[in-house]
Ligand binder design. Structure first.
Ligand code: AMP
Length: 283
């Protein structure tokens, strides 16, 4: 595995590979790798000849009161795991290599889409995400990029950015990887204390409850959301921020739930903010 810490160094490796006709598959991450990230790598290996993973904790997507300073980092461990799983090139730049001129004057803004769901609670978050993804796509120039369904709105917005701004990159989405009890894997799970970890499992339980009601024939989005809300309300340690059932293209609530509708939520448990979502039609 090659490790590169600058855009210039990375281009020196990738330009000849691309010229030889190699298909670059890209997996962007913020590191502190877990099995969720690694399944993106597996997927990338199946769809490309050269797998590039980035590890970059992007300051631009964190709000002033968010966890940028404490975001978990362990580069040595990440590097070993990435190599073991078959990453060909690891790109781990410092912030001043990515943002050479400081805070960018020109950014990618998602307008209305960026203010729904997560965007309402994390103003500016998707501007930071889309700006860094656009930059990374220009640096890596991948044929395909792989993202996790875990960050559902991010998937929707990145796909839409590629369509609206004509990035020549195919976006592939991998299902959420979960602990045996249902908790979605997340680098932020390390923040959870023992009690909080027990509460965290209720997030996936709530989503599953809504999905079960859908499987039984319920199609009213309000009733499905209510079913999830009831599970969450039973645990006082869970401070729910939102739970919504939305169409995956418009992010609006449909008249009636369908197999491709997504129920999505965010909650705080102690000092940790967690997100999760499920598709109604998934068994
Ligand atoms: P992050 O490092 O949290 O920014 O995540 C990097 C990529 O991994 C994103 O595309 C995430 O959606 C994806 N990811 C994070 N957690 C999971 C998970 N539990 N299952 C699948 N993909 C995930």
């Amino acid at each position: 595995m090659h490790t590169e810490t600058t855009k210039r160094g990375l281009r020196r490796i990738l330009d000849p590979a691309r010229a030889e006709g190699k298909r670059i598959a890209f997996v962007p991450t913020m590191g502190f790798l877990h099995e969720g990230h690694l399944q993106l790598v597996d997927h990338a290996k199946r769809h490309g000849d050269l797998v590039v993973m980035s590890i970059f904790v992007n300051p631009l997507q964190f709000g002033p009161t968010e966890d940028l300073a404490t975001y978990p980092r362990d580069f040595k461990r990440d590097s070993a795991i990435a190599q073991q799983r078959g990453v060909d090139v690891l790109f781990a730049p410092p912030a001043d290599d990515i943002y050479e001129l400081g805070r960018p004057a020109i950014t990618v803004v998602a307008n209305e889409f960026g203010r729904k769901l997560e965007g309402h609670f994390r103003p500016g978050h998707f501007e930071g995400v889309l700006t860094v993804v656009a930059k990374l796509f220009n640096i890596v120039q991948p044929a395909v990029a792989v993202f996790g369904q875990k960050d559902f709105q991010q998937c929707v917005l990145v796909k839409r950015m590629c369509a609206d701004l004509d990035f020549p990159c195919e976006i592939m989405i991998v299902p959420t990887v979960r602990e045996p009890d249902g908790l979605a894997l997340s680098s932020r799970n390390v923040y959870l204390g023992v009690k909080e970890r027990q509460s965290a499992v209720q997030l996936s339980r709530a989503l599953r409850t809504a999905r079960e009601r859908y499987a039984q024939g319920e199609r009213d989005p309000r009733k499905l959301v209510e079913a999830a809300r009831a599970v969450l309300a039973a645990d006082p340690a869970i401070q729910l921020q939102y739970v919504e059932l939305v169409d995956p293209l418009t992010l609006n609530t449909p008249e009636a739930a369908r197999d491709d509708s997504v129920i999505s939520l965010a909650a705080r448990i102690g000092g940790t903010r967690l997100i999760d979502n499920m598709l109604m039609g998934d068994a």
